[in-house]
Design a binder for this molecule. Structure first.
Ligand SMILES: [Zn+2]
Length: 316
């Protein structure tokens, strides 16, 4: 196994910690939505009756306040001090130090997970919105919205539609918010280490390289960014939730790495964009999956370059 390969393998193993946090977030969510369901009964909103609009307004406000104060805010606070999150960041920092040492640099060891955690969490953006705002403000508002829309559309069938209209979509929403936020917190913690713990010489000799997981699941945007260079003080902003890309120091990103093509076949390629382009042309099925059939075919036939194909496929 190359260094890069074991780095990526370790990074994937660590992502299992995310699943623990997601599970916790979903268990608490079910409790909170159980309370919401109870309030619908309490306000008599499962039947058509007088003052429905007024009662609906009251419920809507109650749901938003409850989701914010009893669910989202405590969840965010719990994550900031949770041992699972702390362990996760600790591992990310030690991985980052290994990378520094493997490339001839030295890391001071000054950063602690508990100090990095709130800072890294504070820098995470999901879909262009700060993580904290997305979870603590927008999620409660969106649940309140969904509840009032459901009560307007299915006034006497709430018992049947609650799970489909409220529980499941909110679960998926929370899962995406937590998974993306945790992943990016890990990436940012590593980037803070590059910036703070390493010597000036190592920093000036390096840039960060965008490294995508090259397989049929990669999106056109991430595929297009693969191999691009960023300054050492750039902090990753994922272009979409559940982005699997990592930023690595250039001096570490010099070896062959595994990529997965048609039929799941794994080969090693080097880290130039030309190698990426050749790999994708050699794997037409994968190209069509990543770029779409039409653009994928034009690319495979050599009519357009990778850069043009990525833009045509809607990548940014
Ligand atoms: Zn990505």
């Amino acid at each position: 196994m190359t260094d890069l390969e074991s780095f990526l393998a370790q990074a994937i193993r660590q992502r299992k910690l995310e699943q623990k946090l997601t599970k916790y977030a979903l268990t608490r969510l079910r409790e909170a939505l159980g309370w919401v369901r109870g309030q619908i009964e309490f306000h008599g909103l499962t039947q058509i009756g007088p003052n429905r609009t007024e009662r609906l307004k009251v419920l809507r406000m109650e749901v938003e306040t409850y989701m914010k104060e009893q669910y989202a805010t405590p969840l965010m606070q719990t994550m900031q001090v949770s041992e699972v999150m702390n362990d996760f960041i600790d591992q990310q920092l030690s991985l980052a130090r290994q990378v520094v040492v493997a490339t001839g640099g030295s890391a001071s060891g000054a950063l602690t997970a508990s100090a990095v955690l709130p800072q890294a969490m504070g820098q995470v953006m999901v879909n262009g919105v700060p993580w904290g705002e997305l979870l603590v403000d927008r999620l409660p508002a969106s649940v309140a919205d969904k509840v009032s829309r459901m009560l307007g559309l299915f006034p006497d069938d709430v018992g049947k539609v609650f799970a489909d209209a409220i529980v499941r979509p909110t679960e998926r929403h929370v899962e995406a918010i937590i998974t993306s936020g945790v992943q990016d917190t890990g990436s940012i913690a590593q980037q803070l280490l590059w910036q703070i713990e390493t010597s000036d010489a190592w920093k000036t000799d390096n840039q960060q390289v965008w490294s995508a997981m090259l397989d049929s699941r990669v999106c056109a945007t991430c595929m297009g960014r693969d191999g691009k260079r960023y300054p050492m003080d750039y902090v990753k902003v994922s272009p979409h939730p559940n982005c699997r890309c990592v930023l690595l120091p250039e001096s570490f990103f010099t070896q062959d790495r595994p990529v997965e093509g048609d039929g799941g076949k794994v080969v090693d390629i080097d880290t130039t964009q030309r190698a990426t382009e050749k790999w994708l042309r050699d794997n037409p099925q994968t190209a069509r999956k990543v770029l779409g059939v039409k653009v994928g075919n034009q690319f495979v036939e050599g009519k357009i370059s990778l850069d043009v194909a990525v833009k045509k496929a809607g990548g940014s």
